[in-house]
Design a protein around this ligand. Structure first.
Ligand code: ADP
Ligand code: MG
Length: 408
């Protein structure tokens, strides 16, 4: 055992699952079995946190705008027990050996590397916020695919945070937890992320989407009862490699900041859709104009989606999802052929709306579908992929699931 963790294997990615049913308990069973086989004795409990997809609101977060994620029935489960001393042992089914670290590894960021850094980062963030974190043994199993944009990292952080907070009896209100999990990832692991992933993993509710204002970090639970409407969301893992994603992300972000400065506003969120034409006329070139048009209209699409969902008009959000995709494809220019193929195939097979979700250049597509049509839409997407010679996509049919919770 050491503080250097081995690379992790990717979780299996092709499955069809319709809710937090048997597969969710399977993952808990695996975490408990892993705990029992690695460590002597039984876990004191099991804690779970979900992956997420963003229903709508892309590249709006760093523009102080709105996002609307919901939690997936795919979860990361931590089986844990106190260790009785100030040290932590972590094992994941996706890695070979457990990783062990003591307090000196979490007195500053960066000492634990690899996948276990996400766990050490949570311990560090909690201690840095003044909490006494109990030493513990942790065994981790997950159904969230890694690196597909469904936020396995936040699911891991949230599950570990919830487990340690419970084991230690820490006074940690839910609204403070996303920031701590985000610090673990930003400051300890060194991966820059906004607050959306951790907010979703911790605060989402079943049958709801989480309306998050990225300026003040306020959240509202918006009814998104797909089941009652006879609907489901098909999530397609594009399996497209994230070519140049980091550089392209940085350049989009810089363009938005320059545009806000040129328009004399703190962030593009402050450009209302009613003032869009006037604002566009003051921008220096066509590319900047299209970038701004995406962000401003995308924020409005989030607000429009929220308004429809508040009044139970779930089917009616379909065109907003598709309009979001068109805007990402043509104005923000962040889609790739695999993604556009999946969206077009889903719409052609009768999806009510479809869009890329996540930062772009790969990742996932989501499609709003009649539940009884989900398999047909998935088959059509797979056939369109095969016709283009793309690596087969992963597909999963989901309903909005709960955020982080104690299972046993
Ligand atoms: P995403 O969050 O989109 O899945 P990231 O690159 O942000 O992708 O996070 C993936 C990383 O998080 C993995 O490479 C691994 O280090 C860590 N991770 C997530 N889930 C697990 C897990 N169940 N076991 C071990 N490591 C995990
Ligand atoms: Mg992540």
């Amino acid at each position: 055992m050491s503080t250097r963790s081995e690379p992790v294997r990717r979780a299996p990615q092709s499955r069809t699952q319709t809710g937090p049913g048997p597969a969710a308990s399977d993952v808990a069973t695996r975490a408990v079995a892993g705990f029992r086989s690695r460590y002597a004795g039984k876990p004191a409990g099991c804690w779970a946190a979900p992956g997420r997809v963003n229903l709508i609101g892309e590249h709006t977060d760093y523009n102080d705008g709105y996002v609307l994620p919901f939690a997936l029935p795919l979860r990361t489960v931590v089986a844990a027990a106190p260790r009785g001393d100030e040290g932590w042992t972590v094992w994941s089914e996706l890695a070979d050996d457990p990783v062990e670290f003591g307090p000196s590894a979490v007195d500053e960021p960066g000492k634990v590397t690899g996948w276990a850094a996400y766990v050490a980062g949570v311990v560090w963030a909690l201690r840095d916020a003044g909490h006494t974190v109990p030493g513990a043994r942790l065994a981790i199993a997950s159904d969230v695919p890694l690196g597909s944009g469904l936020s396995s990292s936040a699911a891991l952080e949230a599950a570990v945070l919830t487990a340690l907070a419970d084991l230690g009896g820490l006074d940690l209100p839910a609204q403070k937890q996303p920031r701590l999990a985000q610090r673990a990832e930003n400051a300890y692991v060194g991966a820059p992320t906004g607050i959306m992933d951790q907010s979703a993993a911790i605060r989402c509710r079943a049958g709801h989407a989480l309306f998050l204002d990225c300026r003040d970090e306020s959240v509202e639970h918006i009814p998104f009862d797909l089941d009652a409407a006879g609907l489901a969301v098909l999530v397609v893992d594009s399996r497209a490699s994230h070519r140049h994603a980091d550089g392209e992300y940085a350049s989009r972000r810089a363009a938005c900041e320059r545009a806000a400065a040129a328009l004399g506003v703190p962030a593009l969120r402050d450009v209302p859709v009613a003032g869009l034409d006037a604002a566009l006329g003051r921008l220096p070139d066509d590319e900047t104009l299209r970038r701004v048009r995406h962000v401003v209209t995308e924020n409005q699409r989030v607000l429009d989606t929220v308004e429809l969902l508040r009044t139970g008009q779930v089917r009616e959000i379909g065109p907003l999802l598709t309009a979001s995709h068109v805007s990402m494809r043509d104005d923000f220019e962040i889609t790739v052929p695999e993604i556009d193929t999946a969206v077009e195939a889903a719409l052609g097979a009768g999806a009510l709306g479809a869009r890329m979700t996540g930062g772009g250049f790969g990742g996932c597509v989501l499609a709003l579908v009649d539940a009884d049509r989900a398999d047909r839409v998935a088959d059509t997407v797979r056939a369109a992929y095969a016709a283009c010679g793309f690596t087969a996509p992963g597909t999963v049919t989901v309903l909005p699931a709960p955020g982080a919770t104690r299972l046993t």
